[in-house]
Design a protein around this ligand. Structure first.
Ligand SMILES: Cc1ncc(COP(=O)(O)O)c(C=O)c1O
Length: 429
């Protein structure tokens, strides 16, 4: 057991989040030939990992300003749900703003915590802008990701992991990235406990890859448009801290298609009987498609891989059903660095780009064309290989002196040859 410092002990007893189980996945471990673990944040009180970061932020706000404050928030379903839960636990009021078309079940869950809910605007940026306007002298605006108290809260996941893995660093941690708050917490947590070489695979979707674009550009990039079903990852820019940390810690930015994230949600539900949103599906897809082995080819049976299953409430049984119908076993299309790859026959093939107008990331016509081209190439390379083998055999026969070739066959072999030649089938031929 890890020994906590007095400070840490005090902090964990005040935490609004709960310690989550680290569960082994026998199915994925066999598939990937290493030990795959799920850190299941979907069991947090508000349903997502946000509880850690937002919980710490709200706790600290009340600690420094007292219980007369109002918490104000309008930045994403899981952040709002976490704020609503924290407000009730800390006995403070909260005003939350969500877009007008937010699902009734989410609105009910927020209202159930006793929070004042305003439905405003067509989308989250509009709702958030409205929320910021409601901030008065005695209120505290709660951001989704970009604050050091949020990162500190998220870092608790790494302290727990260290205890659960008995101090043995994993081979990799797979972490989803939206605004980058969780990533910042994970990296600072790793640095704090001395796991400075544990790589973090930072996963986004193609339509929300602000972190990946920033790392490739070497400066913060704001995406002109966000387009993803993974609403938890829908941030047009990441915190500058995320980019800063990517320079001091091994981080691999990786983007997957919405379809891959959705299919992984389905597979995870089938395997574990738990339902999570597409933000979690994005990280899980690296295991279900075995891409993690392409990213880390040296993974062996002794290696542990931890997937941060961050949970999330933007999922329902009907959405899951829709995912199953629309995104069943989609093509594997990934972006790594500035390049796009399609996985065929367990190999990554470079392709032109992601077609964002297609739900699968590629049109079926284009996919058929690439597949046919690939099959043709495989056929041609097999033909070349056979030709080369034949030529080598012919050369070997030509280089072998006649007497030698008679000398190498033993009497026994010659008898066998006679028997074969004397067989009825040989006669009939
Ligand atoms: C379920 C879920 N996973 C991951 C994230 C990403 O966290 P961050 O915005 O801190 O990068 C979010 C953000 O809202 C989320 O809701």
């Amino acid at each position: 057991m890890e020994e906590y410092s007095d400070d840490e002990q005090q902090r964990s007893s005040q935490a609004l989040h709960v310690q989550t189980p680290l569960i082994h996945s026998p199915k994925l471990s066999i598939k990937l030939d290493c030990n795959v673990y799920f850190k299941i944040e979907n069991v947090q009180p508000s349903g997502s990992v946000k509880m850690r970061g937002i919980g710490n932020f709200c706790y600290k706000a009340v600690q420094s300003r007292g219980t007369d404050i109002h918490l104000v928030c309008g930045s994403g379903i899981n952040t709002v749900l976490a704020v609503a839960y924290c407000a009730r636990q800390l006995n403070v009021s909260a005003i939350t703003v969500m877009p007008k078309d937010t699902a009734t079940s989410i609105c009910d869950a927020v209202r159930l915590e006793g929070t004042h809910l305003i439905l405003y605007g067509e989308d989250w940026p509009a709702a958030d802008e409205h929320a910021r306007k409601l901030v008065k002298r005695n209120s505290v605006y709660v951001p989704s990701a970009d604050h050091s108290d949020i990162w500190e809260g998220h870092a608790s996941i790494i302290r727990e992991l260290k205890e659960q893995l008995q101090g043995n660093p994993p081979a990799a941690i797979i972490c989803p990235v939206g605004g980058g708050g969780l990533l910042n917490g994970v990296i600072t947590g790793l640095q704090n406990i001395g796991w400075k070489n544990v790589p973090v695979i930072a996963v986004e979707t193609h339509g929300s890859n602000a972190f990946q674009a920033s790392v490739v550009a070497g400066k913060l990039v704001t995406l002109p448009k966000i387009s993803t079903i993974a609403s938890g990852l829908a941030a047009s820019t990441v915190s500058s801290k995320s980019l800063e940390l990517s320079l001091v810690h091994p981080v691999v930015p990786f983007a997957v298609s919405d379809a891959m994230a959705a299919d992984a949600v389905r597979l995870f539900a089938e395997d574990t009987k738990m339902i999570v949103e597409a933000a979690s599906g994005a990280v899980l897809s690296l295991c279900y498609t075995q891409l993690i082995r392409d990213i880390l080819p040296s993974l062996g049976q002794e290696c542990d891989v931890v997937v941060l299953v961050t949970g999330g409430s933007d999922i329902s049984l009907s959405q899951l059903d829709e995912y199953r119908k629309k995104f069943y076993r989609p093509p594997v299309i990934v972006k790594s660095g500035g390049e796009v790859f399609l996985k065929m026959d367990d190999k990554l093939t470079h392709i032109q780009g992601v077609d964002m107008s297609e739900p699968l990331g590629i049109s079926s016509d284009n996919l058929t064309k690439i597949n046919q081209g690939h099959k043709q190439k495989v056929k041609e390379s097999n033909r070349q290989q056979r030709l080369q083998q034949q030529q080598e055999q012919q050369k070997l026969v030509a280089d072998t002196p006649m007497e030698d070739s008679f000398q190498v066959s033993t009497q026994e072999e010659e008898e066998d040859m006679l028997i074969v030649n004397a067989s009825p089938s040989a006669n009939t031929l």
